[in-house]
Design a protein. Structure first.
Length: 586
């Protein structure tokens, strides 16, 4: 008896399971597949019935005409029989939803709904949208759209993701979506600051044909990603890829506009866009990037728009120590800290700086101001990136800080593991202040000496990760091979009313061609004018009677005086506005 009850229970539950997961045939709800009858009412009735049990709607091949929007709620999926034998000649065969209304053909507004293997078509220009994914006051997740052709929406948008009134769209997937002829191919739109469209993925697919104002239009959202998508309308009124605000990621995409009007950008990022990244192939045309975005498209007509990841820290390899152990071009705020440069063990060619901070003290290690990274005015300088390898046993006592747009910001601190950890940050720059990147070491409240080892600090502007290893030739160190050409410059001046010579920092050999006798007692003594330590210059005189005086600022073997044309004096900078003689020819 118990066995019979168990079997009966299983049969009931299996029946319920099968019913809940059945694919309802749309023709069982009075839908007529002839391409002429308006099926709006019966189509919606089928969808509502499927919503009760959370099932799919199966749509055999044929033309399903509707005049009104079909609203598809959570859990319902439209499954066609394919888009036909020749997608570019649709509507002829396959499963086709033929829309003749003046709004959206299909509106999806629930989680776990979707559409696959069919065509959404309109023969009229009154339709505003082909497929609308709408999140209004609700969260829409896990929508999927597979192998769908959206055709003919030249009066509106083929595919639109829109969030409004605290709504959100996230984690939705689009596979092989084909858009042919539309006013807007795909639009992502956040209607207000309370809504979001984030983290949705588009795989493959293509946007082509005519009638386009935009191929892809982005009005908000972030981390929406296209992989291998082709965007190639013949032309577009405002651009194939236009980001008015927000972020878009495109990996290995193709953008082509064979009939684009001259002067109309094919790719256009506004000032409100940021952190977008586009890679792939670009067949050419105008590119506008007013926001801070990375564009790297392979093309014979376009070479990208980004800042390289070169390290902007001078002597980041710590290979030029001074007498106090502090690397040249760097400084430390503490007068009691001890600094020792050790052989590198982490990155080849990069020395380790071991800093000891006494109990109860703090210190900041940073580039000397005259050698610190300087902001440019181009929009790609909007972001700064920095990192450093740190080893210490003091938890939370070593971090990086930066003067950002919102004040001083800090990286995550070292955990105190005693192992090498990468600490760093990305920050918005502030055009009104110097970047001032620093390594902050805090031993306050500690009764023991704190040891912090650092190596390979790195900094750059833009979106690229800053470089660590030495390049063939960078300010971080390197090897020069081949011919080295130094600059020859004939520009110079004197500080008014003095014998203080001012040379531009754009040369190494300076032609002092004055016909009158020159008297020189100091060279580039102001902080902003000083040459970096180790810079070698040659003063080349063209007449007799020019003099350079031996003093505390210009340390010569003896006073120098030119004896005629091609008389020269070679000096090397100490980095602090003072000089030493290397050689003379007089």
């Amino acid at each position: 008896m118990k066995l019979l009850l168990i079997i009966h229970f299983l049969i009931i539950n299996l029946t319920v399971f099968a019913t809940n997961n059945a694919c309802l045939n749309i023709t069982d709800f009075g839908v007529i597949v002839n391409g002429t009858t308006d099926n709006s009412v019966n189509f919606q009735r089928a969808v509502d019935s499927a919503a009760v049990i959370g099932s799919s709607i199966c749509m055999p091949a044929g033309i399903y005409r509707i005049n009104k929007t079909i609203n598809i709620p959570a859990g319902v999926r439209l499954a066609g029989a394919g888009i036909g034998s020749n997608a570019l000649q649709t509507p002829y065969n396959g499963t086709i939803i033929w829309y003749t209304g003046d709004s959206a053909a299909l509106t999806f507004s629930g989680t776990n709904c979707g559409i696959s293997d069919l065509t959404v078509y309109t023969p009229v220009q009154t339709a505003t949208t082909g497929i609308l994914l709408l999140a209004k006051t609700e969260l829409v997740e896990s929508f999927s759209c597979n192998n769908v052709l959206i055709y003919g929406f030249t009066g509106g948008t083929a595919l639109k993701l829109e969030a409004a009134s605290q709504g959100g769209i996230a984690y939705c997937s689009f596979y092989d979506v084909r858009i042919r002829h539309a006013k807007v191919g795909i639009e992502i739109k956040e209607d207000d600051s309370t809504s979001f469209v984030n983290s949705n993925s588009f795989f493959h697919g293509a946007i082509s044909g005519g009638g386009f104002d935009y191929g892809i239009l982005i009005n908000g959202g972030n981390n929406n990603v296209w992989y291998g998508t082709v965007i190639e309308p013949y032309s577009s009124t405002f651009g194939h890829l236009v980001v008015k605000e927000g972020q878009v990621i495109g990996e290995n995409i193709r953008i082509e506009a064979v009939q684009q009007t001259a002067g109309i950008p094919v790719i256009n990022f506004s000032e409100k866009s940021a952190l977008s990244r586009i890679t792939g192939f670009f067949a050419g045309g105008t590119v506008i990037n007013q926001g801070n975005n990375f564009i790297d498209m392979s093309s014979s007509n376009y070479n990208g728009d980004n800042l390289e990841g070169y390290n902007l820290f001078t002597n980041a390899s710590f290979n030029l120590p001074n007498v106090k152990g502090i690397p040249e071009f760097w400084t430390i705020s503490s007068t009691t800290a001890s600094v020792v440069a050790l052989p590198g063990e982490v990155i080849t060619g990069q020395k380790i700086l071991s800093i000891k901070i006494p109990p109860g003290e703090t210190a900041e290690f940073y580039p000397r101001p005259e050698y610190a990274p300087k902001l440019g005015t181009y929009i790609n300088y909007t972001y700064a990136n920095m990192n450093v390898l740190v080893r210490t046993s003091g938890a939370g006592r070593a971090k990086m800080t930066y003067n950002s747009l919102y004040g001083v910001v800090s990286s995550t601190a070292h955990t105190g593991s005693g192992q090498w950890e990468n600490i760093g940050l990305q920050a918005l720059t502030n055009a009104a202040t110097n970047p001032n990147p620093r390594i902050n070491i805090n031993n306050a409240g500690n009764n023991d000496t704190l040891v912090v080892d650092i190596t390979a600090p790195s900094f750059n502007f833009g979106l690229n990760t800053p470089q660590r290893q030495s390049a063939v030739l960078t300010t971080a160190g390197g090897i020069i091979t081949g011919t080295l050409t130094t600059g020859l410059n004939s520009n110079y001046s004197f500080t008014a009313g003095t014998t203080y010579l001012v040379l531009p920092k754009t040369g190494n050999i300076f032609n002092l061609l004055s016909s009158s006798s020159l008297s020189i007692t100091r060279i580039n003594y102001l902080i902003d004018d000083r040459f970096p330590v180790g810079t070698q210059i040659t003063l080349l005189f063209n007449s007799v009677g020019n003099s350079v005086q031996n003093n505390a600022y210009i340390q010569l073997k003896s006073n120098f005086s030119s004896t005629g044309a091609n008389t020269s004096l070679t000096l090397i900078s100490n980095g602090d506005g003072t000089w030493r003689e290397v050689n003379r020819n007089n």
